[in-house]
Design a protein around this ligand. Sequence first.
Ligand SMILES: Cc1cc2nc3c(=O)[nH]c(=O)nc-3n(C[C@H](O)[C@H](O)[C@H](O)COP(=O)(O)O)c2cc1C
Length: 188
Amino acid sequence: MKKILVFAGSIRTGALSGKLAAHVTRELSLMNAETTLISLGDYEMPIYNGDLEKDEGVPENAKKLKGMMLAHQGIYIASPEYNASMPALLKNTIDWVSRAKEPAGNPYKQCTFALGATSDGRFGGYRGLYHLRQSLELGLGALVIPEQMAIAGAGSAFDDRGALKDETNQKILKAQLEKLIAMAGVLA
Ligand SMILES: Cc1cc2nc3c(=O)[nH]c(=O)nc-3n(C[C@H](O)[C@H](O)[C@H](O)COP(=O)(O)O)c2cc1C
């Protein structure tokens, strides 16, 4: 069974990206993947600072998250869009994990990534995913599947049980998750 880690780029209570992350986790489980949903709120890290890294080393939470990533073959990131880019929380997390030498291994080279975005606006947050994809692919050499999800009007896109209401969105997401499951583990 493929192991997929899921997290959102926002730790806000009631976050729309958090709703997508939770929905993705449930859908992956129905597709027979073994899933882990985490909150970056449980992996707090200071803003990256080279002096801090030199004096104190990489934060324990970056090592812990790196280990969590390495324990999975696929990673789904559901992100909001901030000023047409990714949130600082997500970039800072990606940067710190990239600096961690322990545990051994490179999750960016070993895991397969899939990206989804939510926005209450009409672009669905897809502009933020360009930057997230660029960082992962060009910056870190990650395999990010081309299929991606951008949910516009996300404030009303989920029903009371947290499922996506729109049938087209459901189809796009299912195809994306099928591809993620198929591609997870190909690099390990
Ligand atoms: C600093 C900042 C910048 C934002 N920029 C955008 C943006 O470029 N595009 C967009 O669709 N929404 C933007 N938003 C609105 C967010 O999409 C909205 O606050 C969203 O609910 C945050 O994500 P979350 O629900 O997952 O916490 C911005 C919000 C903040 C706080």
